[in-house]
Design a protein around this ligand. Structure first.
Ligand code: SF4
Length: 358
């Protein structure tokens, strides 16, 4: 089917009827979507509300801005204080650090600029190379955005270009949730965009090790509902493995060019996820000669270890699927998209932001 067919109302009603039928044979089931774009689509189309009562669909840590540690913001502010130009994506500007945001640092005189892509940051570096002003891009995100960073570093950017590297490998976070066992996850709606890069087979180890059902899903309402239906069937039949519902974009082995760029530039290291703590082998470590682009080394600044949230913020529980955003006492009161307290309300992919605007 093509993407348009997944918007078809009759098809959606047919899938929903099958979901209701399937749910009759099951006890309480918890499914988790682990992609910020899925969170957006689920809220936008009101999918949580139309599922049977015994099927709980929760959001996981799929919003890259939300899981970027406080220490990354703090390090960027310290580097800006040393005279570098900081570039970043819009959402990151309002991400709370331990002593404020980049937006606040900018108001106090730091040179912080919003860019739409890392290529814009490279261009700023090029324009400032002669003057000797360093440009530091805050590189965040998963396998979806990291190939672009890798391509830029492979293409020999200007000598005054650096990154604060906060890229993360995503599957280890899914494993951490399963290993932690705080919330029983019966099935994952795997991240469609990440799967486009690394392929559906990259998630298979989770099913083999933890017996969890998984579906790689597209982003239309019909895609997501069909994925829920497939998961419920797998759970009822006691099947594990990865079903690729998003075949129109995702291949078993992913995108060879992107994977090659990732492997050339990044290795693995243990890394902090805000709200989740340190996750083994989840950090994209700059390999060998690419270490020269590491802004923290160049400026002698440490990214402090801290996965904490602002006082009163329940984002850590939200990111683990333990509570819905509405259960946070600050939701919609002290914490709104206009005045966000925690990272899940800052980002357009955050669970709290999307629950609020839905
Ligand atoms: S509503 Fe705000 S304070 Fe509460 S968990 Fe979400 S981001 Fe944190």
């Amino acid at each position: 089917m093509n993407a348009g067919e997944f918007l078809d109302k009759k098809l959606i009603e047919r899938i929903l009827a099958k979901i209701r039928e399937e749910a009759k044979y099951l006890g309480n089931v918890t499914l988790m979507e682990v992609c910020g774009s899925h969170t957006q689509a689920v809220e936008r189309f009101g999918i949580r509300g139309i599922l049977p009562k015994n099927v709980r669909l929760v959001s996981g840590p799929g919003c890259p801005v939300c899981i970027t540690p406080t220490g990354v913001v703090d390090a960027a502010i310290k580097i800006a204080d040393k005279g570098a130009i900081i570039t970043t994506f819009g959402d990151v500007m309002r991400l709370p650090g331990s002593a404020g945001t980049l937006e606040e640092a900018k108001a106090m005189g730091a040179d912080v600029r919003v860019v739409y892509s890392i290529a814009d940051a490279v261009e700023i570096a090029r324009r400032n190379e002669a003057s000797g002003t360093d440009v530091v891009h805050i590189a965040i995100g998963f396998e979806t955005t990291a190939p672009t960073t890798a391509s830029v570093l492979l293409a020999s950017p200007p000598s005054n270009f650096y990154i604060v590297n906060a890229h993360r490998w995503f599957p280890p976070a899914m494993e951490a949730l399963l290993r932690g066992g705080e919330v029983r996850i019966d099935g994952f709606i795997d991240p469609g965009h990440v799967a486009t890069v690394i392929g559906s087979d990259a998630f298979m180890f989770l099913s083999k090790k933890y017996g969890v059902a998984q579906v790689v899903s597209g982003f239309e309402p019909g895609d997501i509902l069909l994925s829920v239906l497939v998961l419920l069937r797998m759970i009822r039949m006691g099947e594990t493995g990865v079903v690729n519902e998003y075949e129109r974009a995702v291949k078993k082995n992913g995108n060879a060019k992107s994977i090659s760029a990732l492997k050339k530039v990044f290795g693995k290291e243990h890394a902090e996820w805000r709200g989740l703590g340190k996750i083994p082998n989840s950090g994209m470590k700059l390999k060998g000669k690419f270490g020269r682009f590491d802004a923290t080394k160049k400026f002698g600044v440490k990214v402090a270890s801290s996965s904490g949230m602002p006082s009163g913020c329940s984002c850590s529980a939200v990111l683990r699927g333990k509570i819905s955003p509405q259960k946070c006492p600050l939701f919609g009161k002290k914490c709104t998209p206009q005045k966000p307290v925690g990272p899940c309300m800052v980002s357009v992919e955050g669970a709290c932001y999307n629950a609020y605007i839905a």
